[in-house]
Ligand binder design. Structure first.
Ligand code: F6P
Length: 372
């Protein structure tokens, strides 16, 4: 019997659990007699480059991978088949669409199906390729948890755990020095990492993109945390947060093929705004950055990633393409890619988790109270 080939790849920023998905796919495929798995290096680059960079993935190659952070296949959040960077004669860069050429190459390589593990950008690529007739299944990943068709993406809980432990550590130094500590976390336009870790870590103030802040509200809360000069205050701020009427803090990237604004710096801006507003206590700012994406996945993410891997392979076996696997508690389901990329999953300022946080006394810097 001729073997069918499924090609697996990881795209976008890495996150803990990617290897557990790869392992789930390979282990489930190995239970079938007619499927073999190959991995494409650095998202679709392994196919788009000459010579081709693909590797065989068998049970031996994925042994014990559920505990390993990062991705054994490598990844990139630049370029891709629809926007491949090409240097022009004058030295500037432009992009070309290489999707048709890539699909032809996949046929030549005997690839019957593709599993694309990635965030919203990667799943938009999956959708584009599905619309061109490629047999493709998506698996949602991101620490940001900003995909709307799944209850959770894997990687998110690990990031929250890392941030929570960081708050636990900041509390002792903040209390010893009577300081205000600002901790800036990732999440792009979504405040999920900030909100979850602020609750778990017992922060006093949580600033998220979904609730533009009023600096005076934040100042008021800080002063409540002090008795004259004694006290401390922990502020968690999401990288995509902005003041009321203001904009996010970030920089254009000069990296070739990088299409996002690199968010970051709101923590220091907030410190400066608080000083300008008259806060006299010491203020320090910690930016957790890529620490949030490193290391081994927590158990929840290992389990979710394994579920996604097994289910994605089962969609391939069934021939149910153009889908993204998703978690809808307590089930793993498949949703059409069109639906999967339609909307972002953002924090609802009137939702239950913000309500809980307010019940715990966490200040959001909001100038108008939300309905209960
Ligand atoms: O989307 C995941 C994420 O970690 C965001 O939270 C963050 O803004 C971005 O990626 C950082 O990207 P890079 O790794 O390119 O700096």
């Amino acid at each position: 019997m001729a073997l069918k080939r499924v090609m697996v790849l990881t795209g976008g920023g890495d996150c803990p659990g990617l290897n557990a998905v790869i392992r789930g796919i390979v282990k489930r495929a190995s239970q079938e007699k007619d499927w073999e798995v190959i991995g494409c290096i650095e998202s679709f680059n392994g196919v788009l480059r000459e010579p081709t960079e693909i590797v065989e993935l068998n049970e031996k190659a994925v042994e014990g991978l559920q505990i390993q952070g990062g991705t054994i296949l490598g990844t990139t959040n630049k370029g891709g088949p629809f926007a491949w960077p090409v240097r022009q004669q004058d030295g500037t860069w432009t992009t070309v669409d290489r999707s048709d050429e890539m699909i032809r190459k996949l046929q030549y390589l005997g690839v019957d199906a593709v599993i694309n593990i990635g965030g919203d950008g990667s799943q938009r690529i999956s959708l584009g390729l599905a619309q061109k007739g490629l047999n493709i299944v998506g698996v949602p990943k991101t620490i940001d948890n900003d995909l709307s068709s799944t209850d959770y993406t894997f990687g998110f809980q690990t990031a929250v755990q890392i941030c929570t432990e960081a708050i636990d550590k900041l509390v002792t130094t903040a209390a010893s020095h009577n300081r205000v500590f600002i901790m800036e976390v990732m999440g792009r336009d979504a405040g999920w990492i900030a909100l979850h870790s602020a609750i778990a870590g017992g922060a006093d103030i949580c600033i998220i993109p979904e609730i533009p802040y009023d600096i005076n509200k934040i100042k008021e809360k800080i002063e409540q945390r002090y008795n004259k000069r004694h006290g401390y205050c922990i502020i968690v701020v999401a990288e995509g947060a902005k003041p009321k009427g203001g904009t996010t803090v970030g920089t254009e990237s000069s990296e070739v093929g990088y299409q996002h604004i690199r968010l970051g710096g709101i923590g220091h801006q907030l410190a400066a705004e608080l000083k300008a507003a008259g806060v006299e206590h010491d203020i320090r700012c910690t930016i957790l950055g890529h620490l949030q994406r490193g290391g081994t996945p927590v158990a929840f993410d290992r389990i979710l990633a394994s579920q996604f891997g097994v289910r994605a392979m089962e969609e391939v076996i069934r021939g149910n393409y153009g889908q993204m696997v998703a978690y809808r508690h307590p089930d793993i389901v498949a949703v059409p890619l069109e639906e999967a990329v339609r909307a972002q999953n953002l924090v609802d300022p009137n939702g239950s988790l913000v309500h809980t946080a307010k019940g715990l006394g966490i200040e959001f810097g909001q100038d108008t109270p939300v309905s209960k």
